[in-house]
Structure formats: structure tokens, C-alpha cells
Design a protein around this ligand. Sequence first.
Ligand SMILES: [Zn+2]
Ligand SMILES: [Zn+2]
Length: 348
Amino acid sequence: MATLRVAPKPALAPMKVAQISKPGGDFEIVEREVPEPGAGQVRIKVQACGICHSDVLTKEGAWPGIQYPRVPGHEVAGVIDEVGAGVSTWKKGQRVGVGWHGGQDGTCLQCRRGDFVHCSNLKISGISYDGGYQEYMVAPVEALAALPETLSDAEAAPLLCAGVTTFNALRHSGAGPGDLVAVQGIGGLGHLGVQFASKFGYKVAAIGRGTENGSLAKRLGASVYIDSQSTNAAEELQKLGGAQMILATAPNSKAMSALIDGLGPNGKLMVIGATFDPIEVTPVQLIMAGRTIQGWASGTPTDSEDTLRFSELTGVRPMIETYPLEKAGEAYDRMMSGKAEFRVVLKM
Ligand SMILES: [Zn+2]
Ligand SMILES: [Zn+2]
């Protein structure tokens, strides 16, 4: 009787990973075994990964309970390279992305209400498990967004966090076509916010510090540019009738507080620039004009697919600077410097 031989799976060569091994540690480029996807997971051959300011949570250990070593990255674009047991709707060779929403438990009260973004046990790529600063990553299928053909990996990556956050905050703000919408901050989030707001049909007032970003803001679709250094931006907004919505993207609570008086009746300050400093507002400022302040985190993978489809249809694109994975530390420093124009993306 012939012996049945099972051919061993060809071993993949080790992969390169940019990891943080302790809170506040530097990026280390190390080799690891390529991970195998478990049940309900896929392995992604990462092609590009954006560097987001929220990666500071992994770099500095600011997320409660984060374990090390950890590979950051929640703006991942790549292609499915292997599927785990029970995965039938996602296929090998399919282009996918992973954003901030890295998976939900499906069983908590919020999930049972269909509110997956606020899952009590939300997983975040690059925090709860290793993210996209590596050549291969494993992700649960709940985290996957399909990528459209016409968007390159490096262009799609920033849309999976910066893009979906601005797109979703704008589309859920209650502002309608023709309304005055202000975008505070012309940076990683703001340069996308101006584009989306313009394509949504709002009259867009871009608010930046200094004059240098004025012509860029107009090229991105702003009707008006307000320099908050040389003018009182809230007064300028009131001259235009008051903003229906202000999308606050720059993580600067003082600057956000100063804009509240620029809101028109029933106007909303939509906060997406994350900082730990308090926003200051008096009850009277809110009561007299029926104003509200709301925060917005990001979105689910299907929100990301909406963002990508809208970007494909309308030509909204992130402005990016690319670095190789080996230079993850330098790329991260560039993002932190605030001088990048405007999203930094690692290419594998
Ligand atoms: Zn992010
Ligand atoms: Zn849940």
C-alpha cells in the first residue's frame, strides 16, 4: 500500500514589521513569521498603510490595556492573501481595506441595536491587534471594506480613517445643500473635509491659521478662506450669515471654543479633532441660538465603502507623502511635525 504523503505547506519567508515594544518606545523594524488567519479572519498582504495622528495611542501607550509589542496602523489597503475557516464572502485576491473600526462582538446591547460603531467591546486595528505597519496582517471579516478598482492603495488608505471620519461627520450633521459649512483646520482631516463639503453642495468656508493655505483651500473647493490669525473667524462667519455647521478638525480646543459664536441659529459644532483639553462654552451661547456641539468618531466598514465610492465618483482624493515601511519612524515623526501635506502613507 502506497504511503499517503501530505505535502507540507510551503513556508513563507519571514515578513518585515514596524513595531513598538513599550509605551513611548521607538519604532523597531523586525522580522516575524507570517501569521495564519483563524476562523472568521483573513490575511491581508498590505500594500499601503496611512499614518494617523491616533497612532500616538499605540506609540505612547495611551490606550487602556494595550499590550506590547504592538504594530500600529488603521488605514490599511491591501489584498486578501489567505482566508480562515468559515470565511465565504471574501475571496483570495480581493482588494480590501481596514480602518479604525476593527471589529465588533455582535452581542452587546449596542450591537444588538445595530450600532456597531459604539460596540462595548470594539476592536481597533493597531491597538487591539497588530495593524498595517507590516507586510502581512490578520483581520476579522467585520473589519473589512472592499476597495474600488480605480483608487490606488496609497490613495485609498487615508480614506479609511481620515476620509470616512470627515465624510460621515458631514453627512450626519444635518446641513443641507447650499448651507454655509465651515471647515476648521486645513490639515490631514481638513483638506478632505473641504473637498467632501464642497462636493456635498455646501457653501464652504475654510478656516486656517495664516494666509499660506488660502489658495489651496480654494482649489479644494472652498468658496471663502478665513485667516483666524488676522481676523475674528466667528465674526467673519456671522457676516456670511452664520454657519449651519462647523467641522472642527484641528485638535485645538481653544480654537474650537472661539468659533462657537460663528454658528447660526440651530447650528452645530461637529468635533472630530481629538484632544484632551476642554472646549469652553457658556450655556447662553448654546441656548439663545439653539446651538449644539457633537462629537464624531469614524464609521463602520460599510461607511468606509460609501466614502470610497463617493470619492471615486466625485474625484475627492487625499494629498499624500509616501515612505517605505523601513522608514516608519521617520514617517511617523513627519506626521507628528504637522508639516506633512497632508497624509503620510507607508508603502510596502
Ligand atoms: Zn485614524
Ligand atoms: Zn458589541
